[in-house]
Design a binder for this molecule. Structure first.
Ligand code: PMV
Length: 316
């Protein structure tokens, strides 16, 4: 028997980085997925088609990028009260280290599939708890927003481990375009850089307070389905990300080109300093529009849709 689970990517609409210091964020699950399939084996193997590598996690010297799986296996085995060999295959549509929460989605899908494999009921609260611990192994000081969105799906208002579902209505009217600068970076490193910068001057406290006000106002705009007001707030939020030093030439290029092409709002999503930028358009968009703007830069682009369901079992 093979147990497969899929978990969606997350797109932070507003609030990344500020959320690490306890401010709120608004984030949605989108239709890019990480998939993990697990079957019985003699030893414990993880194979990642995205990394092009496989490794045993029940032996000495597990490579750093596979350590999160070792922790997840230990936690799930404690719940199951047994330990068995398995072979886990990871396949993900979510670009790695880009701002779409690929590591969290993989951890969530792996936890869910492994609970299925061990016959433990995959309660979402438990999946989320385990995946959060795995995120700590990967990033050091995660806010928890990535694993929460991947686990539960939908559009969430998130703050310090607590979240509420928000109606996605306002997004139904828009096209969300993600531009991937293909500059890969380490979330933990970018977070540490920001934490170092903000410790140097108390002006940043004010910036964090404004970030909080912006997310509260955005929540209000979403509930009133006021796309124009939401867009203004997203654009201001991008300005604050510049203020905390996580934009660069490539992300600014993508942000400005998206606006020239008609986006009402465009902003970094995720840790920044590369990775992805998203644009919000108030009409359907033909993908070919982006060819001229982004092909020559070597950027990727996707049109994504919010999804209301988080992690779930899937067929092989
Ligand atoms: O770049 P990503 O997908 O790892 O997102 C990071 C989001 C941060 O707010 C910068 C960190 C966090 O843990 O919330």
């Amino acid at each position: 028997m093979v147990y497969c689970s899929i978990a969606p990517a997350k797109l932070i609409l507003l609030g990344e980085h500020f959320v690490v210091m306890g401010k709120p964020a608004l984030a949605t699950a989108v239709d890019l997925y990480a998939k993990v399939c697990i079957e019985r084996s003699d030893e414990k193997w993880i194979e990642s088609s995205n990394l092009g590598e496989k490794t045993r996690i029940d032996s000495q010297g597990v490579p750093e990028k596979f350590r999160q799986f070792q922790l997840i296996a230990k936690m799930v085995e404690e719940m199951a009260g047994v330990e068995r060999g398995f072979y886990a295959r990871i396949n993900s549509d979510i670009p790695v280290s880009s701002g779409l929460g690929s590591s969290a989605a993989v951890s969530v899908a792996f936890t869910h599939a492994l609970m299925g494999f061990y016959g433990v009921e995959p309660k979402l609260e438990e999946v989320n708890r385990v995946a959060y611990e795995a995120e700590k192994v990967v990033h050091g000081k995660p806010s928890g927003v990535d694993n929460t969105v991947s686990t539960y799906g939908g559009l969430l208002y998130y703050r310090k481990g607590v979240f509420k579902r928000v109606d996605t209505g306002v997004l139904d009217e828009c096209t969300i375009v993600i531009v991937d600068t293909r500059i890969r970076r380490d979330t933990g490193q970018v977070v540490r850089k920001v934490l170092d910068l903000i410790s140097r001057d108390d002006v940043f406290e004010k910036i964090y307070d404004i970030a909080e006000i912006i997310v509260e106002k955005a929540l209000d705009a979403v509930s009133k389905r006021d796309l124009h007001r939401l867009s203004i707030l997203i654009n201001v939020n991008h300005g604050l990300l510049e203020a905390i030093g996580v934009t660069n030439y490539e992300t600014e290029y993508a942000v400005h080109r998206l606006k020239e092409l008609g986006a009402l709002a465009s902003k970094i999503s995720g840790a920044g300093l590369g990775g992805v930028v998203y644009g919000l358009f108030n009409k359907p968009i033909d993908k070919s529009l982006f060819k001229e703007a982004f092909d020559k830069k070597g950027f990727g682009y996707y049109i994504v849709k919010p999804v209301s369901t988080g992690v779930k079992f899937a067929s092989i």
